[in-house]
Design a protein around this ligand. Structure first.
Ligand code: SF4
Length: 224
């Protein structure tokens, strides 16, 4: 499969924030979010092809790591993702899959980190129609939620987004304890500003607020 990068860092988002983890980032995505923070996996996919055994060997080089994050791009469309997840599972790794939740694959996974895309993600231009058609797939979301331990992680750019989040959560009948809101932004200043009003919304609805720790610690850089 095509791999954009493999690196060792701490999880920056969601319920496992701060946990040292190996990140395997696949290249290629079926969506084109306007604010995509990894355009080198979506708008302009980069990376070399690696076999499953090459990826497993690389992931094993980070001795202390017990957690691995399969991310992208969209890892669920990567050829060989099921085989890779099973290989990591056999090695005793805790596996998080970070997905937009538009495609189901029977991966081995301990935490399905689902990030359904709101209308704030829709780009102008030639990809608009495809993105809008694909970005929310309620049947796929329900199947992922029924099959795995999961979190629903929404990227929030503006206060209006909350009505959309509540409508998706209601449609999916998801408990608020599984819902995590995260500010959109690639600078610590923007994240801090949006985090302040987002915290009030989380208090109001019982959602959880997530930082983007990797941006706070390292800035908007690759491989961290
Ligand atoms: S789903 Fe993720 S990788 Fe794909 S375009 Fe959106 S933010 Fe980028």
């Amino acid at each position: 499969m095509r791999i954009a990068e493999i690196f060792y860092s701490v999880q920056g988002e969601g319920s496992l924030v701060g946990v040292p983890s190996v990140f395997v980032r696949t290249s290629g995505c079926n969506l084109r979010c306007s604010w995509c923070d990894t355009p080198y996996t979506s708008w302009n996919p980069e990376g070399n092809h690696m076999s499953t055994s090459e990826i497993l060997d690389r992931a094993a080089e980070f001795g202390a790591a017990r957690h691995v994050v399969l991310t992208g791009g969209e890892p669920m469309i990567a050829p060989g993702i099921v085989e890779l997840s099973e290989g990591l599972h056999e090695r005793g790794m805790h596996i998080t899959v970070e997905t937009a939740g538009t495609v189901f694959a029977p991966v081995a996974c301990d935490l399905m980190s689902i990030s359904p895309k709101l209308s704030n993600s829709t780009p102008d231009g030639v990809f608009k129609a495809q993105h809008e058609r694909l970005r929310l797939q309620p049947d796929v979301l329900r199947k992922l939620m029924a099959s795995y331990d999961y979190q629903l992680k929404f990227v929030i750019a503006r206060e209006d987004d909350i009505d959309e989040v509540r409508s998706v959560v209601l449609e999916l009948n998801a408990p608020s304890s599984k819902v995590i809101l995260m500010p959109e932004g690639i600078s610590a200043e923007v994240l801090a500003r949006r985090g302040v009003w987002l915290a009030e919304i989380c208090k109001q609805y019982g959602f959880r607020l997530s930082p983007r720790l990797h941006v706070d610690l390292y800035g908007n850089r690759r491989g961290v």
